[in-house]
Design a protein around this ligand. Structure first.
Ligand SMILES: [Zn+2]
Length: 410
């Protein structure tokens, strides 16, 4: 029994005087009391008589309840052993909160002594209190064993990210329009649950939040350093734009061939290489940058071949210092690739240099421009046109990318 029911069973004593009378033509009602307010929804009424009542007359024709809107209720009735008390039970589901009711006791109630009827009928108005459930919520009767709250499905970490910019804004939505919830700092590590375009879903203060993936070094959970990395490989020039030329060699052809070999290597390592062009076609510089963005690239490597005086030789790799972020990452990537061009291919080392080449200046992702060697130098040209050396160039660039990804953010 709940506390609410104990309150509801407080008895309301109503003494009905039983006066034997002759039959009446019309039924007169006697108001027992002024309307009773704030009656509990499970109120039991007790009607007391000064004589024993004939049990046959204790029925819902003689005792009933009507709501203000006219609905007639047939409450359960019970007669006490001495026959002097009738208990009127509440409806099974209780009375409606705030609804007005009237309890009727007709004069048809008869006494055991001589089957005498009452002189008049009696009635009691009452108003049910506000729903007690509002103050003391209880489990719903019809659902006594509610299912426990389903455990939120544990999110699976797909990647980790290490911040590569000085600060990285945390957003409420996968958009720069999202409310700024906080900031990560250079070197901070986060667990990533999913990617939406450039946006990595993380958890921040127990809430779902998003950061831009371009300013993080990503690592697939349980994977190798390059696994899943979206590496844009850009073969410079193309079609009507041959680039550097010397001794019958054309830059656009060398670039494309080496880029395709790099892509094959990367694919074998589980990365996702994306070629800007995979045939002899022309793509504008702007188009190359836009494409890298369109494919949501993680890294950008542009492959070129040089031309100058016959004496100029060797490899050089460029990064941009003009970008707001990722200068450090671009410089690091340029360094790891340049090391490989010198050590794997045996190219003369012209060094890692900052430059304003369009495709690295306008890309926000870590990006470099590689000059493999000089078609105008006979020694370099021999390598650049050799199938074996093209494999080495491709291996050098691939190794440089792997080495870049394997280096932790300091
Ligand atoms: Zn070029």
């Amino acid at each position: 029994m709940t506390a609410r029911m104990i309150v509801g069973t407080l008895l309301s004593f109503v003494m009905l005087l039983f006066v034997p009378v002759v039959a009446h033509a019309a039924e007169d009602w006697v108001e027992l009391q002024d309307e009773k307010a704030d009656v509990e929804t499970d109120k039991e009424w007790t009607i007391k008589f000064n004589t024993s009542i004939e049990s046959d007359s204790v029925n819902n024709e003689n005792i009933y309840i009507r709501s203000l809107d006219g609905e007639q209720l047939s409450p359960s009735l019970s007669l006490s052993e001495d026959g002097k008390t009738i208990t009127v039970e509440a409806p099974k589901d209780g009375y409606e909160p705030e609804q007005k009711y009237m309890l009727f006791v007709t004069k048809e109630i008869t006494s055991q002594a001589g089957s005498k009827q009452m002189e008049k009928g009696y009635k009691q108005a009452f108003t049910i209190t506000k729903d007690a459930k509002e103050e003391a919520p209880e489990e719903p009767v019809e659902d006594p064993a509610p299912q426990p709250e389903p455990e939120p499905e544990p999110k699976e970490v797909v990647s980790t990210g290490t911040v590569t910019s000085d600060v990285l804004n945390i957003r409420s939505k996968p958009s720069a329009d999202g409310e700024k919830l906080g900031q990560l700092r250079y070197g901070d590590k986060v667990e990533i649950y999913s990617f939406t375009d450039f946006w990595a879903e993380i958890e921040y203060n127990g809430e779902t939040a998003y950061v831009h993936k371009t300013y993080m070094k990503l690592r697939v959970k349980g994977g190798t350093a390059v696994e899943g990395q979206r590496i844009v490989v850009d073969a410079g020039h193309g079609d009507h734009d041959p680039g550097a030329q010397g001794g019958g060699a054309q830059e656009k052809e060398i670039n494309l061939d080496v880029a395709q070999r790099v892509a094959e290597n990367l694919k074998e390592l589980g990365a996702t290489p994306i070629l800007v062009r995979d045939n002899d076609r022309f793509v504008t510089l702007k188009g190359r940058v836009e494409y890298a963005k369109e494919v949501k690239g993680d890294l950008f490597v542009s492959v070129h071949t040089n031309a100058a005086s016959p004496a100029a030789k060797g490899a050089e790799t460029f990064y941009s210092e003009n970008k707001y972020s990722n200068v450090r990452e671009g410089r690091l990537l340029a360094t790891t690739i340049q090391d490989q061009l010198v050590n794997t291919v045996g190219m003369a080392d012209r060094g890692v240099k900052a430059s304003d080449f369009y495709v690295i200046r306008h890309n926000t992702l870590p990006s470099v421009l590689v000059e493999l060697g000089f078609v105008t130098n006979s020694g370099d040209r021999e390598k650049l046109t050799s199938d074996h050396y093209r494999d080495l160039y491709a291996q050098a660039i691939t190794n440089g990318i792997v080495n870049y990804y394997e280096k932790d953010v300091d």
